[in-house]
Write a protein that binds this ligand. Structure first.
Ligand code: EPU
Length: 420
């Protein structure tokens, strides 16, 4: 299994181009199943997760071509069954459920498996589809949804115990595109990726308003055409490089970013003393502080502090003098990076869903294990600032969600290599 060896201590500087958003691309790829027309998607990152989604589309019968960030999909016909072998590889594959149901009036999708960041139920997705008139049956590890006489608009609340659901909102929004009448999604996830999906659907002829807020209104239409869409920049990849800049940067400029999507992270980094400057509409510059301050963060749905940046912030705070607190409210168990950071000398106490971090002077290299995508990113960041060469096992987690992370870091001056 491939490993990443990171030699710590080299300061990073220069420019890095941020890729298209993984979490936008996945539902947008799934949404192409809603139309027979040709869809051209640009700025789709080359990741194993987007590759899985492309495989799923092909297996369901779509013609898919992919080259240099562009994916062209023509789904003349769509099968009604997504088998376990495909779905098990990636939880986000559940977002084919809504489009398959809307297109065919039925869908059978294997229930996605568990996940290391905690229990990831899909009850809210199913509740939403039921409210649109679908019959839902979960049996033998499969979810079967049928709506023989079509879907009907309804008012649906998508909030649950931990806030709203991003992919659940996507699924219901996609299913509602062809529902008769008006669908109102209350307690909708307001993440920029939901707004990007709605923008794509509207470009095909859907009538969706309010996406990007907690209330989305969808007027059902009969058909969608083909279209073209440019996926938004990946705010979590951008955030990860901003934290790299704070951990060990001597001036990093991020290109192709949407600053508006990075405001909560920017405020925390500024409060901690790091320097963030907007260079122009889609460029920001990050410089680390010589005298960083500890901080407290609580993860929340957008526009709050993103759970997908929580692990990376732990990697920053382990080297920040003083006591920092990190509270996780979206996935309370999402702390798999903590024992690994401790192997590198971090001083972290976990109490319920809170990490209490006492900054240490210097981490030291150790063999560590990547457990999920963002935990892996945190280990890379910690390794960049550590003394010695850190060996990060299970590199495939990083390749699921960061396009050429090692090459981009290398271009900024980092010393790292892949190996066995
Ligand atoms: N939840 C329920 N019931 C549901 C669905 C979700 O209780 O039916 C709970 C979850 O257990 C969790 C909370 O609601 O406590 C939020 O989960 P959500 O459904 O919003 O997560 P998701 O849509 O499955 C997306 C991202 C995740 C990101 C979360 C939260 C994609 C492909 N994935 O997942 O991204 O952490 O939203 O923002 O968009 C990542 O990129 O590393 C990643 C895990």
């Amino acid at each position: 299994m491939e490993k990443l060896y990171v030699e710590g201590g080299t300061r990073l500087s220069g420019n890095v181009r941020i890729s298209g958003s993984k979490n936008s691309s996945l539902p947008i790829l799934a949404a192409t199943l809603l139309t027979e027309g040709e869809c051209v998607l640009r700025n789709v990152p080359d990741l194993s997760d987007t590759n899985y989604m492309v495989q799923i589309l092909s297996t369901l019968g779509a013609d898919v071509e992919r080259a240099s960030g562009n994916v062209v999909v023509s789904a003349k016909k769509v099968a009604s069954m997504a088998p376990y072998d495909l779905v098990r590889k990636m939880r986000a594959s559940v977002c084919v459920l809504g489009p398959m149901l809307a297109r065919n009036g039925e869908a059978l999708v294997s229930l996605p498996g568990g996940c290391v960041i905690g229990d990831r139920p899909i009850d809210l997705h199913l509740r939403g589809l039921e409210a649109l008139g679908a019959e839902v049956e979960v049996k033998g590890g499969d979810i079967k949804v049928v709506a023989p006489s079509g879907l009907r608009g309804a008012t649906i609340n998508m909030s649950g115990q931990y806030g709203s659901t991003v992919l659940g909102t996507d699924n219901v929004m996609m299913a509602a595109v062809f529902a008769e009448g008006v669908t109102i999604i209350e307690g909708a996830a307001a993440e920029p990726e939901v707004a990007d999906l709605a923008k794509f659907l509207n470009s095909l002829g859907a009538r969706i308003e309010g996406a990007g807020t907690s209330k989305i209104v969808i007027q059902g239409v009969e058909d969608l055409s083909g279209g073209e869409h440019v996926v938004i920049p990946d705010r979590i990849e951008a955030g990860t490089f901003m934290v790299a800049g704070a951990v060990i940067g001597d001036g990093i400029t991020l290109e192709n970013v949407c600053f508006e999507h990075l405001e909560s992270l920017t405020s925390v980094l500024l409060e901690s003393g790091h320097d963030i400057r907007v260079v122009d509409e889609n460029k920001i510059h990050v410089d680390s502080s010589k005298d960083p301050k500890p901080n407290e963060i609580t993860t929340e749905p957008y526009p709050g502090f993103p759970t997908d940046m929580q692990a990376q912030m732990c990697a920053l705070f382990v080297n920040t003098p003083g006591i920092s607190m990190v509270k996780e409210t979206i996935f309370p168990m999402r702390f798999m990076h903590v024992p690994e950071l401790k192997r590198m000398g971090a001083n972290i106490t976990l109490k319920d869903s809170m990490a209490i971090i006492r900054g240490v002077d210097q981490l030291s290299a150790a063999p560590v294990m990547a457990s999920d995508l963002r935990a892996s990113a945190a280990l890379v960041l910690a390794a960049l600032g550590a003394e010695g060469t850190t060996e990060i096992n299970r590199l495939y987690h990083i390749d699921r969600g960061y396009e050429h992370l090692d090459r981009k870091l290398e271009a900024l001056g980092a010393r790292l290599r892949r190996g066995k």
